[in-house]
Design a protein around this ligand. Structure first.
Ligand code: MN
Length: 236
């Protein structure tokens, strides 16, 4: 087959380094779970009754991905730019309508991520019944570490999740506090999408989310997974 020709060079695929492997993980899609810790759902004014609800999702474009350690400009269009510390599940096998029992075979590995959010725009959209894109799917808003292959980690069900801003602890929780755990999320999400290698799933943030300003340094930690870092630059 002839090589396709393009009007200009297509962008390189978004990708992440992988611990212990030279090849990078090419990112296909970025799914994010909303309200997946009770204490965070409460601080957002939208408590979750798991018996009466299912998880919900929004997406970020792969082009929003930025590697941990970067400095990103304080984004345009917001005066309430916030951090959300999250476990990221990296998908390494195809799966459609998978059972919770079968979900583990989809997991390539894990990363520590920040779902950076223009909270003012997100809440305005939420309260007006509009999509969340302006608040969530903006440039350099999906921060992620290298991916740690699942190896002997198995399906993570516990482990500390913490975040500090300028050395001060702002978020402290544990993966055991997830409302929908990893198998439940993969089983549910795969009812709506054919999950594919390269998909990333940001599993939701615990309580303590808050605003940052230019010059702030964010560091986050997830036990057995890693440490994410982000510096907030000047307003663009
Ligand atoms: Mn989030």
């Amino acid at each position: 087959m002839a090589q396709a020709s393009y009007l200009w060079n297509p962008p390189q695929p978004a990708s992440l380094p992988v611990q212990g492997i030279a090849a990078r993980f090419p990112v296909h899609r970025i799914f994010c779970v909303g309200r997946n810790y009770h204490a965070h759902a409460l601080e957002m004014g939208r408590p979750v009754d798991k018996t009466a609800a299912r998880p919900f999702y929004f997406t970020k474009s792969p082009s929003t991905l930025v590697e941990s350690g970067a400095t990103v400009p304080y984004p345009c269009g917001t005066s309430n730019y916030q951090f959300e510390m999250e476990l990221v599940v990296a998908i390494g096998a195809s799966g459609f309508r998978v059972t919770e029992k079968d979900a583990a075979r989809l997991i390539f590995g894990y990363a520590a991520g920040l779902d950076m959010t223009r909270r003012d725009l997100q809440l305005m959209a939420r309260d007006q019944g509009r999509p969340w894109d302006l608040g969530k799917d903006f440039e350099k808003s999906a921060v992620c570490t290298q991916i740690v292959p699942i190896g002997n980690l198995g399906v993570l069900s516990r482990g500390a999740v913490t975040l500090q801003v300028n050395g001060e602890t702002r978020q402290t929780s544990d993966l055991s506090q997830l409302i929908w755990n990893i198998p439940e999320l993969l089983a549910d999400l795969s009812q709506f999408y054919h999950l594919e290698p390269g998909d990333l799933i940001y599993t939701g943030t615990p309580e303590g989310v808050g605003a940052v300003k230019p010059g702030d340094k964010i560091t986050g930690h997830i036990d057995a997974v890693g440490d994410v870092a982000l510096t907030i630059g000047q307003t663009e």
